[in-house]
Write a protein that binds this ligand. Structure first.
Ligand SMILES: [Zn+2]
Length: 169
């Protein structure tokens, strides 16, 4: 059963509170299946009413609000995935990391940010996400990136990070 188009943030998962069951008008339903339609702009979801257990389908339009990046000095700019990739490329200079892996990391970060309800993200948070991504790809690239992002004050804090990394293994 088609219940109309609503607007929702794609982060909304699990129990959804704003859509009434078309059969009994109960307010809460759970998502039993979702898939993207129209190249990701719309999500088709099968829902199950928590009251009468009947299932229905919704088509939800994902919000594509711009993501705003807040820099250390408080200035703001719109999120630019290419900048993430460029930053990783610098860290991966002369390292055997395929570009595709880096764009995958950038795609995952963008998706995660889009899924969050926050529209403003600190550059330091993005830096942490990139570090997590690089860590599994190439440890040299990871340490290079971390040294820029964590702004190591001196060689000791750099060594601390390096030791922490080695201990994690
Ligand atoms: Zn119902």
């Amino acid at each position: 059963m088609f219940c109309g188009i609503i607007s929702t943030n794609c982060a909304v998962r699990g129990v959804y509170k704003n859509m009434k069951c078309p059969f009994c008008a109960y307010a809460e339903s759970k998502v039993v299946d979702s898939r993207h339609a129209e190249e990701g702009a719309t999500i088709r979801r099968r829902r199950e009413c928590l009251e009468c257990k009947k299932r229905f389908t919704t088509y939800e339009i994902m919000e594509r609000l711009p993501l705003i990046v807040v820099k250390r000095d408080g200035s703001r700019q719109t999120f630019d995935k290419q900048k993430l990739i460029n930053g990783m490329l610098r860290a991966c200079e002369k390292r055997p990391v395929p570009l595709l892996e880096l764009t995958n990391v950038a795609d995952e970060i963008e998706q995660e940010l889009q899924n969050s309800l926050e529209r403003e993200i600190k550059t330091t948070d993005i830096g942490e996400m990139i570090m997590n991504g690089l860590k599994s790809l190439d440890e040299v690239a990871y340490v290079r990136f971390a040294s820029v992002y964590r702004q190591f004050r001196d060689i000791n804090s750099f060594m601390d990070e390096l030791n922490r990394l080695l201990k994690d293994e």
